[in-house]
Design a protein around this ligand. Structure first.
Ligand SMILES: O=C(O)CCC(=O)C(=O)O
Ligand SMILES: [Fe+2]
Length: 354
């Protein structure tokens, strides 16, 4: 079906409930190809010239206000680091189930790290559970070139499998590079919000920087009955997604259609998460997305989630509030917010909904 045919066939709004309790509506469950997600060359963020940095920031401002998603190209991440992570992902997910269960996320129930077995969740109460498995790890000061205290206690514990040589090192090498890019991009986001460039620097000295590898088998069920990962929004400030060439990530546009975020080699898909949406009083939009792997091949992806230090308050950014536009959200720390979201995400649905 072409995009026009999908739009013409659309009838009354369809709805679904996400695991943060929010109900969303959309016009058709068939996704379309559309040029709604802008491609932004971000090489200017490395320029010594302020005007170059500001020019990238203005493009990001428009994208994050309109759709909350963009492709970053020329971001400076060495493609061999990303390829290394994808190789390790294939290796890890091929391990026997009992080996993967040694680092099961249930070992640390209040956090969102470790191994998430296949079909563990059903984010939107579909007939079949979400067809994905994942392994999550988080910030560790030992691997942070900017950390002054390499032994700083982190609130979570990373759960690493034993006897998988090179796994942790390869994943951390990629994480460290994305951490550098994320801190730099935080400065671009500050400019995008018309704030001083260093405005967020103190918020990301010990950031929340979680990363995951995800495996989506080929989905046989219809898109009405199953997702790879159900419709959701991300918790933190922003996310970088490295994806392979299979496709499957879909973004819910303001017009109510699922738009395919088609793979662009060596790009990063960047999207706004709920913390940034809250702090910017909805100026940046945290857009609902999902994955459905109907490509006919296994799909792998690697999202990196970047947010503020857990101790920092999610207070409004001054440029996003005024007397006519007061702050809409209760003020809490980033940590309180992440843990609340992790608890909601880990709530298992009642058995009969599966
Ligand atoms: O696999 C993807 O492309 C995106 C996954 C995702 O949205 C997530 O893990 O939050
Ligand atoms: Fe996501």
């Amino acid at each position: 079906m072409s995009a026009t045919e999908v739009m013409e066939a659309a009838q009354e709004p369809l709805t679904l409930t996400m695991n943060n309790g929010q109900t969303i509506s959309f016009k058709s469950n068939i996704s379309i190809e559309a040029d709604e997600i802008p491609i932004i060359d971000i090489s200017g963020i490395y320029s010594e010239n302020f005007e170059d940095r500001k020019a990238v920031a203005e493009k990001i401002r428009e994208a994050c206000h309109r759709i909350g998603f963009f492709y970053a190209i020329n971001h400076g991440v060495d493609p061999s680091l990303t390829e290394g992570v994808f190789e390790q992902a294939k290796r890890f997910f091929n391990l026997p189930e009992e080996k993967k269960m040694e680092v099961c996320t249930d070992l640390q129930p209040e956090e969102y790290f470790g191994y998430f077995p296949m079909s563990l969740y059903n984010r939107n109460n579909k007939k079949y559970s979400d067809l994905m498995e994942a392994f999550n790890w988080g910030y560790d000061a030992k691997y942070d070139p900017m950390a002054t205290d390499k032994d700083k206690d982190i609130p979570h514990k990373n759960l690493w499998p034993t006897d998988v040589p090179g796994f942790k090192e390869t994943l951390h090498a990629h994480h460290t590079t994305l951490l550098g890019l994320a801190r730099r991009l935080m400065r671009t986001f500050a400019l995008a919000l018309h704030m001083p460039e260093d405005f967020f620097d103190d918020f990301v000295v010990h950031p929340e920087a979680a990363q995951r590898i995800v495996h989506y088998p080929i989905q046989e069920q219809s898109v009405d009955d199953q997702h790879g990962i159900g419709a959701h929004t991300d918790f933190e400030c922003f996310t970088f997604v490295s994806q392979d060439q299979q496709g499957g990530l879909e973004v819910l546009s303001k017009s109510g259609y699922w738009v395919k975020a088609k793979p662009i080699p060596n790009s990063l898909v960047v999207n706004i998460g709920d913390c940034f949406m809250r702090q910017t009083n909805d100026f940046f939009v945290s857009t609902v997305h999902r994955v459905i792997n109907k490509s006919g091949a296994e799909r792998y992806s690697c999202p990196f989630f970047f947010g503020f230090d857990r101790a920092k308050l999610l207070e409004p950014v001054a440029s996003c509030v005024s007397e006519d536009n007061p702050f809409k959200y209760p003020i809490m720390t980033s940590g309180e917010y992440y843990l609340w979201r992790a608890a909601k995400a880990k709530e298992k649905e009642p058995e009969e909904a599966k």
